[in-house]
Design a binder for this molecule. Structure first.
Ligand code: AHG
Ligand code: MN
Ligand code: MN
Length: 336
């Protein structure tokens, strides 16, 4: 039987170009962080790694006014410490911290934006969660907030870890998307999903349907047509999924196609998801796997950031469906 390549072998053989040494080191640090996070998530209630810190600590509410789970804080701390190890990171932005985090590294050349625990509302009900990260070049070794405000097209790496039925690490450095599964016997990531590709067509969509009445007309139209199935415009039946963990949804889409939407709506004008550490890295991955990612009106990767925690409407996945939804938005904006 052929042995799966380890992540260390993969990085040594496949990364090329000016960032290869730095990316090899940083991705090794990230893989190390992910292994540690997988352990604390696995321990769950046994280690008391659940619930809210709201009454125990000033850290109990994050910058979005959301109550942090114990694991939000723990995973943030694990990530921050691990990714500085190899000495490349000049500064960090985390979903869980208001301001950019200063690095201990002297001459760091890269910026890391991350969501240490995505889908954290799923922790207490034992449903898959994840970690999302994005790597940018640092304009200088002591970055200010403005240095982080780079469009997604500037990313040199985007990735996620999925703590699901198995723990996986999936990333792109701009040369396709590769997925690694953690072999818990040897504590090693093995290449199990080389060159992942999203099918262009799909009959599966993911959206929080409870927001239907708040959506704009193009999103309502798209979903209405899916629901009409063989009796409507699309002339085929659709299936729906909603895990409420973006990482799990994007992973499903990478494996079998589909689309995921968190659009703007009358309640949340800019949608819910954060540009710098959710939408951008996921869009980079999805485009690298042959899919599309749009706000409805423009490519997510081309949005000019104005804040490190800003939100953005997002629809991503199978290319032909994303093009269709974008065309519905464009028709609407032309009519205006
Ligand atoms: P986080 O736990 O980092 O705040 O992100 C959760 C996000 C995303 O993972 C998921 O797709 C979405 O929130 C779910 O939102 P609803 O609860 O509105 O369905
Ligand atoms: Mn998140
Ligand atoms: Mn989070």
């Amino acid at each position: 039987m052929m042995q799966n390549m380890t992540i260390t072998e993969f990085l040594a053989q496949h990364l090329q170009g000016e960032h290869s040494a730095a990316l090899t080191a940083m991705l090794s640090d990230i893989a190390h962080a992910v292994k540690q996070i997988a352990v604390v998530i696995d321990a769950g209630a046994i280690a008391g790694n659940m619930g809210s810190l709201a009454t125990e600590s000033v850290q109990g509410v994050n910058v979005h006014g959301e109550v942090q789970k114990t694991l939000d804080v723990l995973t943030n701390d694990i990530f921050v410490e691990a990714i500085q190890k190899s000495g490349y990171v000049a500064g960090m932005v985390s979903e869980e911290v208001v301001d950019p985090i200063k690095s201990m590294v002297k001459n760091g050349q890269y910026l890391l934006c991350f969501d240490p625990l995505d889908g954290s509302s799923n922790v207490n009900v034992n449903i898959s969660v994840g970690t999302i990260f994005s790597v940018l070049k640092a304009p200088n070794s002591q970055p200010e907030l403005a240095d982080f405000l780079q469009a997604g097209t500037e990313q040199i790496c985007g990735g996620y870890a999925l703590y699901g039925t198995s723990t996986m690490l999936v990333f792109t450095t701009g040369d396709g998307v590769n997925g690694f599964t953690l072999d818990k016997k040897t504590n090693t990531f093995l290449l199990t999903h080389p060159q992942m590709q999203i099918p262009q067509n799909t009959t599966e969509f993911a959206i929080n349907m409870s927001n239907y009445r708040f959506w704009q007309e193009p999103v309502q139209r798209y979903v209405d047509e899916c629901l009409q199935g063989t009796e409507g415009e699309r002339d085929k039946d659709f299936n729906m999924r909603w895990v409420a963990s973006m990482v799990a949804e994007v992973h499903r889409i990478l494996v079998r196609g589909g689309i995921f939407m968190y659009p703007s709506d009358a309640k949340a004008r800019m949608g819910k998801l954060r540009l710098m550490y959710e939408a951008n890295p996921m869009s980079f991955i999805v485009e690298q796997a042959g899919g599309g990612s749009s706000t409805g009106l423009q490519r997510v990767l081309e949005v000019s950031p104005t804040g490190i925690h800003q939100r953005v409407p997002i629809m991503l996945g199978s290319k032909n469906e994303i093009d269709r939804i974008a065309s519905y938005h464009q028709k609407k904006s032309k009519r205006k």
